[in-house]
Design a protein. Structure first.
Length: 267
C-alpha cells in the first residue's frame, strides 16, 4: 500500500538531522530529476528579485528566498514533521509510536515540488517551492511539471498493490497515478442532515489527515481495494468506490466546528 499526500506551503524551520543527502531518500529512481531541480533552485535563489517573482512571494515572504539559498547546508527532519498546516496537524506525526513511524515510512509518501516523492521518514530541509512555481523568469526553461511528471509517473507505475492518492490536483499533475485496479483518488465528501452529499471544503484537508492517521494506526498493509473497504466497514468509515471505480469516496457528516468534532464524526 502507498498513501500519497500533498505537501504544505508552511514548513517547520530547523531540524536535528544532517544536511540533505539525495542518496538516502526513498524512491531512488527520482535522483536525477531531484539533482536537476535542486540545481535550478540554487541558480534561481542567487537572484533575490527573480526568486520573489518566480515563487510568487509577497512583501513579507522574502525570507523564503534565504530558505532556498540554505538548502545545501540546512538541517533536516523527517518529512511528516517538516510539513505543517491542517492536514499535518490532524495526522499528528509527533504523536506516532516508533512502530507506527516505521509503518508510515514504508506506506506514506509526500509529493514535494522540490524532491518529488519522499517517504514519510525521509530527512528533508525547509524550502519554498510549489507545484506551480517557476524555476526561472527566463522563457524556455522546463517547468516543474515537465521535469517531474514522467519520472514520478514511472515510479508509481512500478509500485505494486494499493495506491491511495490524497494529493491535490496540482500535485497529482506532477506525477499522475497509473490507471489500473487498486489505484484510487480519494475524494472527501460531506452528507448534510437531508442526506445530500457534496464536496467538503474547509475540513477536506483535516479529514484526509485524520484518515491517514487511522490507516497508520491500523498498521495493515492492505493488498487491494477489497481489503481496504472491508476494514473501513468494520471501523465504521463511510468509504466506497465511485461508479467509475477510479475514485474512493470518503463521506463524513457535515460539521462546523473544531478538529475534535471532526475526529468524532469521521467514522
Amino acid at each position: 500500500m502507498l498513501i500519497l499526500l500533498p505537501p504544505s506551503e508552511t514548513k517547520r524551520d530547523g531540524g536535528a538531522g544532517d544536511p540533505l543527502a539525495i542518496d538516502t531518500l526513498g524512491f531512488p529512481g527520482l535522483g536525477r530529476v531531484r539533482r536537476d531541480v535542486l540545481r535550478a533552485v540554487a541558480k534561481l535563489s542567487r537572484n533575490r528579485e527573480a526568486s520573489i517573482a518566480a515563487l510568487k512571494l509577497g512583501p513579507k515572504q522574502a525570507a523564503e528566498v534565504d530558505r532556498n539559498r540554505a538548502i545545501p547546508t540546512s538541517p533536516t527532519m523527517p518529512a511528516l514533521e517538516r510539513y505543517t498546516g491542517v492536514l499535518y496537524d490532524a495526522l499528528d506525526a509527533p504523536g506516532l509510536t516508533a512502530e507506527q513511524r516505521a509503518f508510515a515510512h514504508e506506506t506514506v509518501a509526500v509529493h514535494s515540488a522540490l524532491l518529488g516523492l519522499v517517504a514519510a521518514g525521509d530527512s528533508i530541509p525547509a524550502y519554498r517551492l510549489s507545484f506551480d512555481s517557476r524555476l526561472s523568469v527566463e522563457k524556455g526553461v522546463a517547468t516543474l511539471k515537465k521535469r517531474w511528471a514522467p519520472a514520478v509517473a514511472e515510479t508509481l507505475e512500478q509500485r505494486e498493490g494499493l495506491i491511495l492518492d490524497l494529493r491535490s490536483e496540482g500535485y497529482a499533475a506532477l506525477g499522475p497515478a497509473p490507471l489500473r485496479d487498486h489505484v484510487h483518488y480519494v475524494r472527501v465528501l460531506a452528507r448534510d442532515e437531508s442526506g445530500t452529499v457534496r464536496a467538503l471544503n474547509h475540513f477536506n484537508k483535516q479529514a484526509k489527515g485524520l484518515f491517514t492517521r487511522a490507516l497508520v494506526e491500523a498498521g495493515t498493509d492492505f493488498s487491494g481495494t477489497g481489503e481496504l473497504l472491508a476494514w473501513a466497514r468494520e471501523e465504521g468509515y463511510d468509504l466506497s468506490c465511485a461508479l467509475d471505480g477510479r475514485e474512493l469516496n470518503l463521506i463524513v457528516p457535515e460539521v462546523v466546528g473544531s478538529a475534535g468534532n471532526l475526529r468524532a464524526v469521521l467514522r
